[in-house]
Design a protein around this ligand. Structure first.
Ligand SMILES: O=C(O)CCC(=O)C(=O)O
Length: 267
């Protein structure tokens, strides 16, 4: 397991917009996270479901994903997205691994408190999944851009099961600089596909990749019998505010959430 990120790895991150850093958890810890996310989907985990955004991969009776709204939507492994996992003690302690603190310090400066914009499970259920179009991770609602996403495969991620693909070096250019949304128009996506060769991030279960938020990325559906579960944490300077003046859950530095605090609240 890796302890630190090398200068060579940081160079790769800054040059290409992403870097694979290896595994930062044991097989037992991975197993526990896999079981926990399945329990959350099945409605059997001791978490506050009213606090969690949960989206089904397909809305019953429709061929499209369900609404992105708070609360459990039924006992099934066919969820596409679950957010607010910083409120689960097991996911929080994974997110607070010292190596991720080192990552945030490199990006935002030593001793800056860090918040997470989202601590998100992204799933391509077996033989299902929703195609995700090319985009940069930017949100019009924030007063500044988040710059780093820590992405962990919870299952082996392959081309066949819909691993993330990226366009190396694309983090150097904002596609829609003025309005702040990261999604490309179909014309922009077509143009990019015509001139760039994507890299498929095939990952082992437990492997971590750092993604610059401006890196163009997308993913396809799952053509296999195994799910493609992943945990994606977007970290930002804790001073970042939404347009309503709200701040976000702190994970490093002053005021950071703690596992003990969550457990005392019954999390
Ligand atoms: O897991 C995926 O397929 C895409 C995830 C993603 O877009 C992200 O983590 O920002």
């Amino acid at each position: 397991m890796i302890q630190h990120i090398t200068e060579e790895q940081w160079k790769h991150f800054y040059d290409e917009g992403y870097v694979r850093i290896g595994k930062v958890m044991t097989d037992d810890e991975l197993d526990a996270l896999q079981r926990k996310i399945d329990d959350i989907m099945l409605g059997t985990a001791p978490v506050d479901y009213d606090r969690m955004l949960m989206q089904l991969d397909r809305e019953p009776g429709k061929n499209s994903p369900g609404p992105q709204s708070k609360g459990h939507k039924g006992a099934t492994l066919l969820y596409r997205k679950i957010q607010d996992l910083e409120f689960d003690p097991l996911f929080l302690s994974y997110m607070q691994n010292p190596i991720f603190r080192e990552v945030c310090a490199k990006i935002y400066g030593e001793d800056r408190p860090i918040a997470c914009f989202r601590a998100m499970f992204m799933n391509k259920p077996a033989r299902e999944g929703t195609r995700l179009v090319w985009h940069q991770d930017r949100w019009t609602d924030l007063d500044r851009d988040a710059l780093i996403t820590i992405y962990t495969a919870l299952d082996p991620a392959t081309v066949e099961n819909g691993c993330v693909k990226v366009i190396p070096g694309s983090h150097r250019t904002l596609v829609n600089p003025t309005h702040g949304s990261g999604f490309l128009t179909p014309e922009q996506a077509e143009e990019i596909a015509a001139r760039s060769a994507p890299v498929y991030l095939e990952l082992e279960a437990g492997e971590v990749v750092l993604l610059h938020n401006w890196l163009l990325h997308s993913s396809d559906v799952n053509h296999t019998d195994i799910p493609r579960r992943a945990f994606s944490v977007c970290c930002m300077d804790a001073a970042t505010k939404s347009s309503h003046g709200n701040t976000f859950s702190r994970i490093f530095g002053e005021g950071a959430l703690s596992r003990d605090q969550l457990q005392q609240c019954g999390g």
